[in-house]
Design a protein around this ligand. Structure first.
Ligand code: NAD
Length: 337
């Protein structure tokens, strides 16, 4: 059963030299999918990590590879006042990742999602300010809504339904971005905003409704792959170790206060084509089951990563098939959630 820190890290770490002198990082949402891989990377970079998580969609199991000397676990809702007595006396980096991220979870936790991306972001910003720490906001490609331009550059303002079923997520992330920018302008906080596009890999939850776990679970159980709408809508998939490498580089690069950077894989493909690749990796023939398209589902998703390339020297390196094989290995193990 692969549980160790690097078992899934199929992209060799690209920049282990940066971050010298950094001692402590706070990661909200560190018990979740991306957050736990980020914690792995921070520990690998020899930082002590303090995780605040209310376990709404995450699990301490994702951090079971780390002892208390490496990772401090604080179970707390970051939308509420933070438990001062449990916090470290100093911190160099504050990463704010806490938020339900899949439509299944953010519909179920709609008000909580609005709160964690508004009040939770404010509390994380205030913490960074009081520590004199650098702040890294996990935003999303959903800030672009159903985009009218493709690929999406950071300068695109988006096409978002402000009151639809996705708005609890999309609009609260946009609010979090606006708030972060005011802390940069008003308090000169050294904050940067990262817009993550679809990320996948081990530790995704099998039932969270996102396309990668859906397809992998269905392929493993011999069920048809469910395709919403025509399947002609596009997505782009970034393997989690590439994603974390982008986050790490954004955290250790100086001079990025107020910058907004897309982190995602620019290899755009239709959902139908993605289903074909999943079937190929699983070694099965493709059978699909059509379903109605949910409201406000974006027709296309593809990051313009020119800025990440220029500012961070970053681009994804893990081929889709390799990332999917690692994801299948994880989902085949008995006790994933
Ligand atoms: N996975 C993706 O493809 C993707 C894409 C775009 C943006 N993002 C963003 O990245 C971040 C991490 O996403 P993920 O896929 O790892 O999701 P996840 O659900 O696996 O992780 C989110 C974590 O936040 C915690 N959390 C939620 N509300 C909280 C609260 N009020 N207080 C404390 N902890 C709370 C959850 O328990 C969980 O551990 C999120 O902010 C998400 O919006 C993810």
């Amino acid at each position: 059963m692969p549980r160790s820190v690097l078992d899934y890290n199929i992209a060799a770490s690209a920049d282990d030299k940066g971050g010298v002198g950094l001692k402590t990082a706070i990661v909200t949402g560190g018990a979740g999918f991306i957050g736990s891989h980020l914690v792995d990377r921070l520990v690998q970079q020899e930082l002590h990590v303090v995780v605040l998580d209310n376990l709404a969609t995450g699990s301490w199991d994702n951090l079971s590879q780390h002892g208390p000397d490496a990772v401090t676990r604080i179970q707390a809702d970051v939308s509420e006042p933070w438990p001062q007595e449990a916090l470290p006396s100093s911190a160099d980096l504050v990463f704010h990742l806490a938020s339900p991220a899949s439509p299944v979870h953010y519909r179920r936790l709609a008000v909580e999602t609005l709160m964690v991306n508004s009040m939770g972001t404010k509390r994380a910003l205030d913490a960074a300010l009081s520590y004199g720490a650098r702040f890294i906001l996990a935003s999303t490609s959903e800030a672009y809504g159903d985009p009218a331009v493709s690929p999406q550059p950071e300068t695109y303002w988006g096409n978002v339904n402000p009151v639809g079923p996705r708005s609890c997520y999309d609009e609260s992330k946009r609010f979090g971005e606006a708030l972060t920018m005011e802390y940069v302008r008003k308090h000169q906080l050294d904050a940067r905003i990262l817009r993550f596009f679809n990320c996948y890999g081990p530790r995704m939850q099998s039932e969270d409704g996102r396309v990668v776990p859906n397809f992998v679970r269905q392929a493993l159980s011999g069920d048809p792959l469910t395709i919403y709408g025509s399947g002609e809508q596009t997505r782009s998939f970034c393997y989690v170790s590439d994603e974390v490498d982008g986050i790490w580089r954004a955290a250790i690069t100086d001079g990025l206060a107020g910058e907004i950077i897309n982190i995602g894989n620019p290899e755009e493909r239709t959902i139908l084509n993605f289903a074909e690749v999943v079937a190929d990796v699983a070694g099965i023939s493709l059978h699909v089951e059509p379903r109605p398209l949910p409201p406000d589902d974006p027709t296309n998703r593809c990051p313009d990563i020119s800025k990440a390339r220029a500012l961070l020297g970053w681009e994804p390196r893990v081929p889709l098939k390799d990332g999917l094989e690692a994801t299948f290995r994880y989902f085949r193990t008995a006790n994933h959630r």
